[in-house]
Design a protein around this ligand. Structure first.
Ligand code: BV8
Length: 228
């Protein structure tokens, strides 16, 4: 690990798997028989809002019942101790990084505990169910939706992330299949700008060949060992 340079970490569903939250593409990764690519789209929201809202209500409920794991806690320790720049970019929409104490965090795909108004674009903290047609307190339109980046929508904070990748001395990917872009391409940007690259995952991801260093196993073992 560099002395005190810039570290960018990308986390995916595998980081939260050992807390008990289902991943998307592993065994049991389907939800009510749906692939995430079929439920997590603006078209699905327009065609069947009850299905999409129910998908996120179920995940919001599941999140309330689980706790951060040793991988989340290790990244929070790194955040507290690292004197250089650190940015943890998570594809996860859970709040387990925050609940473990991580501060230098960015949610690229949105958050379960947030609602977005499709009319005035205000967002607000949200817990419990979010039925279709919920009134936005700001603009009074019945337009509150899950604050989630659907397939085909623009991920949050891309400029900030790309600038950090260009400065990075080290890029670490944890618990992601490398199936979803633009996040799956971050390793290529970091490597192009000269960063060291490390993949920590249960198994080789779709982008594992881009990583100079690769370690495979459960995140609750690999991440504390790496941070130590
Ligand atoms: C966009 C919402 C334009 C939240 C999600 C090329 C360039 C740009 C775009 C595209 C492109 N090609 C295709 C696209 C379009 C598309 C895309 O990537 N499609 C895929 C299917 C091919 N991308 C988009 O539409 C994105 N928007 O491109 O806009 C743009 C681009 C750039 C700049 C401006 C504009 C929007 C993508 C966001 C979609 N929203 N979810 C939610 O519901 O959760 S994606 C969804 O997949 C989740 O966010 C999830 O985080 C993400 C990735 O999945 P993973 O986290 O990796 O989870 P997965 O189950 O796949 O894998 C888990 C891994 O963990 C496995 O490898 C497993 O082995 C490992 N594991 C399991 N247990 C453990 C473990 N590891 C360690 N320990 C364990 N215990």
């Amino acid at each position: 690990m560099p002395h005190a340079g810039t570290i960018v970490v990308l986390t995916g569903a595998g980081t939260s798997a050992e807390s008990g939250l289902a991943t998307f593409r592993g065994p049991g990764g389907l939800w009510e028989g749906h692939r995430v690519e079929d439920v997590c789209t603006p078209e699905a929201l327009a065609a069947d809002p009850d299905l999409v809202h129910r998908f996120y209500d179920a995940r919001r409920e599941a999140l309330a019942a689980v706790q951060p794991n040793a991988a989340h806690r290790a990244l929070a320790r790194l955040d507290a101790a690292w004197p250089g720049e650190l940015l943890v970019v998570t594809q996860n929409v859970d709040d387990l990084h925050e609940r473990a104490g991580l501060r230098r965090l960015h949610h690229i795909h949105g958050q379960l505990n947030s609602a977005l108004c499709a009319n005035c674009w205000e967002r607000r903290n949200w817990s419990g169910d979010l039925p279709p047609g919920t009134i936005c307190p700001a603009c009074k339109a019945p337009a509150l939706r899950p604050d989630i980046v659907f397939f085909g929508e623009i991920p949050y904070g891309m400029e900030e992330i790309e600038a950090a990748l260009a400065r990075a001395d080290l890029f670490v990917s944890i618990g992601t299949s490398g199936a979803v872009y633009p996040a799956a391409g971050f390793v290529q940007i970091a490597r192009y700008h000269g960063a060291d690259t490390l993949e920590l995952n249960l198994e080789p991801s779709a982008g594992s060949d881009w990583f100079a260093d690769r370690r495979y196993g459960p995140a609750t073992e690999l991440v504390p060992d790496w941070v130590a």
